[in-house]
Structures are given as C-alpha cells and as structure tokens.
Design a protein around this ligand. Structure first.
Ligand SMILES: Cc1cc2nc3c(=O)[nH]c(=O)nc-3n(C[C@H](O)[C@H](O)[C@H](O)COP(=O)(O)OP(=O)(O)OC[C@H]3O[C@@H](n4cnc5c(N)ncnc54)[C@H](O)[C@@H]3O)c2cc1C
Length: 298
C-alpha cells in the first residue's frame, strides 16, 4: 500500500505519468539479464532529470541513472529503488563544438559532427552507449578517449544544471570523477576539427566486425591490467584456456576472451560465476588481479 501511494504521489505531484513499476531490467541492458526495477523512469527531456532526482532524494529512495545499459550487469535480484534512464538526445553545433544531451548515442554525436564535415570523433562511430555513459567511464576505442575531445560538461549540482570544464572530470583510463562524486552528467560539449575522415569511420567499423563478437554482451568485462597486448585482459583469459567456457547460458567468446556473451537464457549469476572463474584463473596463472570494467548493479 505504501508503495502504491508513493507512485501515485509522484505522478500527481510531478505530472510524470511514465514512471513504470516492476520494470524488467533485462530489457534495458545489452547483456539482456537482470531482475526488476521497483520503479523506472525514462527522461526524454534533460529538464526532467533535476525534477525527478529532487523528488526521489526527498523520499530517501535509492536511485540509479543509466544510458542504454551497454556497460552494466544488473543482478538477478533487480534494483530496489528508482532507475532513471536518460534518453534525452538533442545534438547541436556551436562553431567548432558539438553539444549533446547525456542520452544521445555517442555514435550519433560522431555522425552529426561528420555530417557537418567536422572530424575528431570518427572512432566513436563504433562505440555503443550514450554520452553520459561515455563520460562516466571515459570510454574509448582505437586510441581515442572521450577525454581527448570533451571540452565542457553540465552536471547536476545541488539541484541545478552546472557548467564545468574538462579538468573537473579528472579523466583516467576508463575513469572519471563522476565515479566518486556520483553526480549526473546532463550535457557535454566536444571539440571537433575541420574535415571528417569517413574512411576512418569505415575502417574502425570493419575492425569491430572482424575482432569482436556480436550478441548480448556488455563489451569488455574486465579492464586491461596493462597497456601492452600481453597485458590485455582478453590475452590473459585466452592464455588460461577459457575461450568458449560456459556457465549456464553465459559463454566466454571464442573471438575475444574478454567478452562474455549471454547465449540466450543466461542469468546474471551465470555471468558473474563465469567472470569469477576467469578472474581466479588469471590470478592463479599470472598473479594479476583483474578488475571489472562493467558496473555491477543490484
Ligand atoms: C559490443 C560492445 C563493445 C564495447 N566496446 C567498448 C569500447 O571499445 N570502449 C569502451 O570504452 N567501452 C566499450 N563498451 C562499453 C560501453 O559501450 C561503454 O562503456 C559506454 O560508454 C556505456 O554507455 P551507456 O550509455 O550504455 O552507459 P550505461 O551502461 O547505461 O551506464 C554505465 C555507467 O555510466 C553511468 N552513467 C550513464 N549515464 C550517466 C549520466 N548521464 N550521468 C552519470 N552517470 C551516468 C551509469 O550510472 C553506469 O554506472 C562496449 C560495449 C559493448 C556492448
């Protein structure tokens, strides 16, 4: 009864009618696994975010903000609070700068820049996920990271949209200060340069197709413990003979050993058990600790 009244109040007080209850999180992660979110809200307008966060904080309820879930493993137990999925995706140009809402796919930002004959973001055409997820984890591919092109961001600070410069994020390998501060990114601005290299876009997409598996996955499960090929997590897991290893419906990809796939009916527990097996094998054989790149939520 209490839960129903909370839901009714948020709908009445905020006139937000698209809060869903008991939403399967498997529908919102590229792994395709996870239990139910008690409440689930899609923010299709950036202005909705401060409002819903102020409300959820006033209720003392847990919340979690996400993009498209391409770097998340939701546990089978689900999330006992409100999940806010940012789907606001406006993109615009201001001179050399492209400004995008947190929910815009980073690949769409790269395409937008290219369509306006601006380059510098070509590699991101192949990167799954949103601007918010990419800034949060300083995503990168083909020797280009978000930190190379981000000039400004707008974060939610004390309930207000606050502009910050790139230093604010203290970017490192697959890390930004948002991981410590738990602040929400609402928009970001990226530097572009003259002339889009369309051939570069084609090349990176071709390499992805050749080297990485498609299917239900969240990309690389572990961070690379070093920067040489011999210290990549995929190489180390492969050397432990684990390519093709399965637990339930979870499988270590034959193509890239740092990718775990949901072959159809995996649970989050299957994936976690398989990842733990890989972690222990690498520790046993190489005395190297692998840390997850993906966020485990629940
Ligand atoms: C096939 C495949 C290949 C991939 N290849 C790469 C790769 O080459 N390089 C790479 O870096 N990653 C790669 N990834 C991982 C993933 O694409 C990136 O991490 C991506 O940036 C995640 O974006 P997302 O919108 O899906 O974020 P989500 O998975 O939804 O969220 C990830 C984290 O970001 C946080 N977050 C999301 N939005 C916001 C926001 N607005 N404000 C604050 N925090 C936020 C969430 O709370 C969560 O902790 C790959 C994934 C797949 C499936």
């Amino acid at each position: 009864m209490i839960e129903v009244s909370i839901l009714r109040r948020v709908i009445i007080e905020m006139d937000i009618s698209n809060i869903r209850k008991n939403e399967p999180l498997s529908k919102h992660s590229t792994f395709g696994v996870g239990g139910l979110a008690k409440y689930f809200f899609e923010a299709s307008d950036i202005d909705d975010v401060p409002e819903i966060i102020a409300w959820v904080e006033s209720q003392g309820m847990r919340y979690f903000v996400m993009g498209i879930g391409s770097n998340i493993l939701f546990k089978d137990s689900g999330f006992d609070g409100l999940v806010v999925k940012i789907t606001a995706k406006k993109i615009s140009a201001e001179g050399d700068t492209v400004i995008a809402d947190a929910g815009a796919p980073i690949a769409a930002v790269a395409k937008f820049a290219c369509d306006n004959d601006r380059g510098g973001m070509e590699e991101f055409i192949s990167l799954p996920g949103t601007v918010g997820g990419a800034v949060y984890g300083n995503a990168g591919c083909f020797w280009k990271e978000v930190s190379d092109v981000l000039t400004r961001g707008w974060v939610l600070k004390d309930g207000k949209l606050t502009e910050v410069d790139s230093d604010y994020f203290k970017f490192k390998y697959r890390w930004s200060a948002l991981k410590d501060s738990h602040e929400i990114l609402l928009k970001a601005a990226f530097r572009t340069e003259g002339g889009c290299e369309k051939s570069r876009m084609k090349d990176v997409l071709a390499v992805r197709r050749e080297k990485q598996p498609w299917g239900k996955t969240a990309g690389c499960f572990f961070k690379n413990p070093g920067s040489t090929p011999e210290l990549s997590a995929g190489f180390l897991i492969d050397k432990c003979g684990l390519k093709g290893k399965t637990v339930g419906g979870a499988k270590i990809s034959m193509k890239h050993a740092n990718f775990i796939l949901n072959t159809g009916d995996a649970t989050a527990s299957d994936i976690l058990e398989l990842a733990d097996m890989a972690k222990k094998a690498v520790k046993g054989q190489f005395n190297i600790d692998l840390d997850p790149e993906i966020q485990i939520i629940g």
